[in-house]
Write a protein that binds this ligand. Structure first.
Ligand code: MSP
Length: 489
């Protein structure tokens, strides 16, 4: 495999199409979009993969319930994800659907190699299966006999399956995780995974006899590939199919905590079995587990009726404001709550009165001096403050601390507000350097917002007459524009 040079490979989970996209899905996709835009600004070549997970019993049952053929059902829901991402201004490189023919072919190819390498054997599975989780469960996973996440009793399954020799790979995986060769973050996620490995795990079934909606096992067509194997392989099949293997392996898989173990244990195990147990250069470099959120204190659920559609937020607040509101609810690696009633307040305080008001104040001040404004260097104190904020912003983004990186930008915004209030440039004859300082800082703010609020940044640059932010400028031609974030009443 070629050296990766400047290339970065980032992924979101692929989303089940049993229901339409909600803000939980939007959260992860948005986070990877921000990282993608950030690294692209830094001149890195990023491959950003997202998509939909379309096989298995859960999807089959959802299609039956909707009275649709499974493929038609998947086609309909998958489009909803694509549309939501378009509305949220997500700039992915590729959208995979696990029902794509070329994905199915590559999955079959991968499993043939695993069989050839001696990692698969036929066996009898007798146990319980939770369709909601799409996984085999044991008594200790259940509360009062039910899956605590899906509140239903698992199915009793007894069938002949093909098994994967996961157990023999566990010591290797443990060593790789302990040595951060596969970096799992935050630390509590790493501890959780290591705890599970240390407890011991059995070999897993990689095929199902009783599930018809799936990829057929190439050597035994009466069985379908276990949906999690099919799904995890998407990260591999896409690059193979597009001839983009120079991006391999993944630099970051972003996941929620419910799917952490699949990514940290099963996925590296499959790759070790395929590439050989010494091929650690083929494994994901980092798996980051983001927080899970509730809405107004409750788990999002169709029954409660509190599932938030990202499109509704976009309609109410606009795209960039929705991006801002979603990423500022709580620190990225923590769980938290989204309070819908507080979103208006946050919009008004941070965006309308904060960023929007500052931009229009600075533009108005600059226009008093004329549309053409000469820009000098930033004063010493201002420069020091700016350098410090930018350093923290970079550290935070490199650590996926999105809300903190945004706080850094807002520190700059409040610095400017205070600076204007103190200097009162409208009362002074000689205020050119004040205006010049403010214009420089506004440019920096817009630059730092490029990954987060791309359209807002463009509008600010337009009002400042800046075509290329990365080029030096000594004169700006200011243009009045519309308010960036009109106040909500
Ligand atoms: N299809 C699997 C993933 C396969 S990846 C090879 C799946 N899909 S999912 O649609 O159920 O969930 C996708 C992601 O959305 C998971 O990472 C999950 O944690 C995340 N979220 C779902 N609800 C969420 C919240 N309420 N909050 C934050 N993230 C949430 O699992």
């Amino acid at each position: 495999m070629a050296e990766k040079d400047n290339k970065i490979y980032l992924t979101t989970p692929i989303y089940y199409v049993n229901s339409k996209p909600h803000i939980g899905h939007a959260y992860a996709t948005l986070a990877v979009d921000v990282l993608t835009r950030y690294y692209r600004e830094l001149g890195r070549e990023v491959f950003f993969l997202t998509g939909t997970d379309e096989h298995g019993a859960k999807i089959f049952e959802a299609a039956l319930k909707a009275d649709k053929r499974p493929q038609d059902f998947c086609d309909e829901i998958s489009v909803l994800f694509k549309t939501a991402w378009q509305n949220l201004n997500i700039d992915y490189s590729y959208f995979i659907r696990t029902t794509d023919n070329n994905h199915e072919e590559k999955v079959a190819e991968f499993l043939n190699i695993l069989k050839g390498n001696g990692y698969l054997y036929e066996g009898e599975y007798t146990g319980k299966y939770c369709v909601g989780c799409e996984k085999f469960v044991t008594e200790k996973d259940l509360v009062d006999g039910k899956c605590p996440d899906h509140k239903c009793e698992p199915q009793d399954v007894s069938e002949t399956n093909w098994f994967f020799k996961l157990r023999q790979l566990l010591p290797k995986i443990q060593e790789l995780i302990e040595g951060d060769k596969i970096l799992i973050r935050p630390e509590k996620a790493k501890r959780e995974v290591l705890g599970v490995i240390k407890q011991g795990l059995d070999d897993i079934s990689i095929s199902r006899k009783s599930v018809s909606w799936g990829i057929k096992l190439p050597w035994e067509e009466s069985q379908t590939v276990y949906v999690w194997v099919d799904a995890l392989l998407n990260y591999w099949t896409v690059l193979q199919n597009l001839g983009k293997t120079e991006f391999w392996p993944a630099d970051l898989h972003l996941v929620g905590r419910d799917i952490l173990k699949f990514h940290c244990i099963m996925w590296p195990a499959l790759l070790l079995a395929y590439y050989g147990e010494d091929a650690i250069g083929q494994l994901p470099k980092q798996i980051f587990c983001h927080g899970y959120f509730t809405v107004d204190g409750q788990k999002m659920s169709k029954t409660i009726g509190n599932v938030v559609d990202p499109n509704d937020l976009i309609e109410k607040y606009g795209v960039d404001a929705t991006r801002y509101l979603l990423l500022t609810q709580f620190p990225f690696g923590n769980d938290g709550d989204v309070s819908l009633s507080r979103l208006d307040e946050k919009y008004n305080s941070d965006l309308a009165s904060g960023l929007g008001n500052l931009a229009s104040r600075i533009i108005a001040l600059a226009l008093r001096a004329g549309p053409e404004v000469a820009i000098a260097r930033l004063g010493h104190k201002g420069q020091e403050f700016l350098d410090d904020v930018k350093k923290k912003y970079k550290e935070n983004l490199d650590n996926l601390e999105f809300s903190k990186a945004l706080e850094n930008v807002w520190q700059l915004i409040s610095f400017c507000d205070k600076y204007i209030d103190r200097k009162k440039p409208w009362e002074r004859e000689e205020s050119d350097h004040v205006i010049s300082n403010l214009l420089i800082l506004l440019t920096e703010i817009a630059g730092m917002l490029v990954p987060f609020l791309p359209e807002t940044s463009k509008l600010i640059f337009k009002q400042l007459g800046i075509k290329d932010f990365n080029k030096e400028f000594s004169i700006l031609i200011i243009e009045k524009g519309d308010s960036l974030f009109p106040r909500l009443s």
